[in-house]
Design a protein around this ligand. Structure first.
Ligand code: MG
Length: 203
């Protein structure tokens, strides 16, 4: 199983990061050891002083595919969940500045939160699906799949030009604006529409 994460898929987040809106999808990967599924505690890593949450819709691949045409892409996934792409923003800034790879900032253990429950794609309108994140009960991120720069089918088509997708692979589809720091003691609660998907305590 592999985890593929999309960068800058919402214009408002690209803007808050002072980054350009991409002309084609950008992605990076996390190893399977990054996955933290369900309402488990997240332990603040000792190598960073500025870990950020990025709440994202997560698509689960249901069929092996390579060079998938956009018009057939919807046949390659049947479930979605809600996740957090935890990012060591201080390490990421340093990697970006030096032009280094940024795995230490993005791919560390437990950096990919995923809700225990997944939702059948057929039960939602994936073209316009709302999701949100609360930190200690306060709304910090709110997004809609309708604001994605590249929709899920376009993402799958693009990724599969380069990398074969397999059953169980996860695609983190990018974060809307409102990313921010976490601290030990915080509680992060994620929602798809009105349904609570996860509750994570930072230890
Ligand atoms: Mg992200």
């Amino acid at each position: 199983m592999k985890i593929i994460c999309i960068g800058r898929n919402y214009a408002d987040h690209a803007k808050e990061m002072n980054a350009d809106v991409p002309k084609q999808p950008m992605f990076f990967m996390k190893p399977d050891t990054a996955l933290l599924k369900g309402d488990n505690d997240f332990y603040y890593p000792d190598f960073s002083e500025d870990v950020h949450y990025e709440c994202e819709l997560v698509i689960r691949i249901s069929k092996v595919g390579k060079n998938i045409d956009e018009k057939f892409a919807s046949k390659y996934y049947d479930q979605l969940g809600l996740g957090i792409d935890f990012t060591a923003r201080d390490l990421q800034a340093s990697c970006k500045e030096k032009g280094h790879p940024w795995e230490i900032a993005k791919a560390f253990d437990n950096s990919a939160i995923l809700s225990a429950d997944l939702i059948d794609v057929k039960d939602v309108n994936l073209q316009s699906l709302n999701f949100s994140l609360k930190k200690n009960g306060e709304l910090v991120q709110r997004g809609s799949s309708s604001d994605m720069i590249f929709n899920v089918n376009q993402l799958i088509s693009h990724i599969s030009k380069f990398i074969t997708l397999k059953t169980g692979d996860l695609i983190y589809t990018g974060t809307p604006s409102g990313v921010g720091s976490i601290n030990i003691g915080d509680k992060l609660t994620g929602y798809i529409e009105d349904r609570q998907m996860f509750e994570i305590n930072v230890r």
